[in-house]
Ligand binder design. Structure first.
Ligand code: NAD
Length: 495
């Protein structure tokens, strides 16, 4: 791992690519406008990024559609597409240093996380779906003997991936992997707050041999570039990760245009239930803190509602406060930084407003808050005495804020967990196997963690119930989003 100084040196010598990647080439936005992306750890300007708008979206879609119709990608043999995507994944791995540095500069996340998790995770997502290309078969239906009906999956066409800023490259690759593996043309619209790694991918895609128009990147703002793509009649599918409000607006865009499919991984307000009999409360406290404060709390499945049995509440909070000290904010370019800056000053102000809102409603601030000086730093906040009716318990804060809600009975813990418009993740800590099954079955969330928080793997689907979204990223289930199911009937003639 590089030292802090080596990362700074690398930043000074690195040329940041800031243009859109369209039809295999980097180019400015058609109207030549740009927007600034900043380093939230220093508040300093990093680069002027091409500000794509509707005309750039139109251009990218026309190239994507042409590439799809000409079959330059979908008609390549599965073995060939696999080879190209494996090369793409290898190139991401080989470029881990510049990609990790760009991710950390753009988002404020610790460099050690970018190096060890975000960038390798992105490569492994691409690789996992590349490996799957020739292992997923069609079906033959059980029809009567004189007809033969087979069911095949075909690429859907032009896919637009709209992604947020908290895990820019890895979340993009959760979508690029299955969408490219199934033969689609993909346009990636990164968040205006973190476009750098997405743009960097363009060169790697060319080097790997992904044909022009099959993978494109159009940086820009949501309401300009994102909405133009979402309303486009030649876009067949939107795969989105971001807030529930934007998910809703994308569904409206689809309804008002061509009924393109819209897959949304949206927000969460996830409960983490600690029962009194769990024998290793130190471990539970460590994972509670990591579950809430990892990535500055800017995680859709962050464990933001701690439901703890009233008999152990005070003792358990003390343990979590101690564990939260492992997440003291520090320059994200320091190799031992475990908590960096929030995405920008505007978001920091929003997070601190929520903390005040909680205090005004009767919550007790046990630790954390504003870190003065340059950069959007907030230290881990623990709010005690929260009730599930308070806004801090109902709305997604998307920062390092843990709300502690005591409960008396198992039924009450289940009811509080499910009393949320979200349903992304939930966890429980219990050594009673009957209780584990009973509770896990009743929790309304896409991922349930028992005696751990936030295990994850490409083999396992990820997504939410209720307003946390629809469809699933990761695993073979994700392939369904990017294909149409076709049945072909053949009437056989008897001799
Ligand atoms: P956001 O919804 O504001 O933006 C996400 C993306 O949508 C960005 O690229 C943005 O430019 C684009 N966008 C915004 N308005 C748009 C519009 N009108 N039309 C088209 N595109 C538009 O979210 P964010 O602030 O970038 O990220 C934080 C949110 O993401 C949180 O709510 C978090 O829970 C969610 N998230 C969910 C998951 C998950 O897997 N469920 C994972 C990570 C983040």
């Amino acid at each position: 791992m590089n030292t802090q100084q080596q990362w700074i040196d690398l930043q000074q010598t690195m040329k940041i690519e800031s243009r859109a990647f369209i039809n295999g080439q980097y180019q400015d936005a058609l109207d030549k406008t740009t927007f600034s992306t900043i380093n939230p750890a220093t508040d300093q300007h990093l680069a002027n990024i091409a500000r794509c708008k509707s005309e750039d979206a139109d251009l990218a879609v026309s190239h994507a559609q042409r590439a799809f119709e000409q079959g330059v990608w979908q008609d390549q043999s599965p073995a060939q597409r696999k080879k190209v995507l494996m090369a793409f994944a290898d190139l991401i791995d080989q470029h881990v240093e510049p990609l990790a540095l760009l991710e950390t500069l753009d988002t404020g996340k610790p460099i050690s996380h970018s190096v060890s998790t975000d960038i390798p995770g992105a490569a492994s997502a691409i690789r996992w779906y590349a490996e799957a290309i020739d292992k997923v078969y069609g079906e033959v239906a059980t029809t009567e003997k004189d007809v033969h009906a087979f069911v095949s999956q075909q690429a859907i066409g032009v896919v637009v991936a709209i992604v947020p800023w908290n895990f820019p490259l890895s979340l993009a690759c959760w979508k690029l992997g299955p969408a490219l593996a199934t033969g689609n043309s993909v346009i990636l619209k990164p968040s205006e707050k973190s476009p750098l790694t997405a743009i960097y991918l363009g060169n790697l895609a060319n080097e790997a041999g992904i044909p022009a128009g099959v993978f494109q990147v159009t940086p820009g703002f949501g309401q300009e570039c994102g909405e133009s793509l979402a309303r486009h009649n030649q876009v067949d599918c939107i795969t989105f990760t971001g807030s529930t409000n934007v998910a809703r607006s994308l569904m409206i865009c689809s309804g008002e245009s061509n009924l393109k499919s819209v897959w949304a991984e949206a927000g969460g307000k996830n409960a983490n239930i600690v029962f009194a009999d769990y024998p290793d409360l130190d471990k539970a406290a460590q994972e509670t803190a990591a579950g809430c404060f990892y990535n500055q709390g800017e995680v859709c499945v962050a464990a933001t509602r701690l439901l703890v049995h009233e008999s152990i509440k005070d003792m358990f909070i003390d343990k979590v406060i101690a564990a939260a000290k492992n997440f003291s904010p520090k320059d994200p370019l320091c190799p031992d930084s475990s908590m960096g800056a929030l995405i920008d000053q505007g978001h920091k102000a929003k997070v601190l407003e929520y903390v005040q809102l909680g205090i005004d409603a009767g919550a007790i601030l046990r630790c954390g808050g504003d870190v003065e000086g340059k950069g959007a730093f907030v230290s881990p906040v623990i709010l005690d005495n929260v009730s599930n009716e308070m806004r801090v318990a109902r709305e997604e804060i998307f920062g390092p804020v843990l709300c502690v809600i005591p409960f008396k009975t198992e039924e009450e813990a289940i009811a509080i967990t499910n009393d949320s418009s979200y349903g992304l993740g939930a966890a429980l800590w219990s050594s009673d196997i009957n209780q584990v099954h009973r509770v896990a079955r009743q929790l309304r969330a896409g991922s349930i963690w028992v005696n751990n928080y936030n295990e994850g793997d490409m083999t396992v689907p990820f997504g939410g119930f209720k307003m946390s979204g629809n469809g699933r990223d990761k695993s073979l289930h994700a392939l369904d989003k990017f294909t149409e199911t076709k049945t072909t009937w053949i009437r056989l003639q008897s001799i």
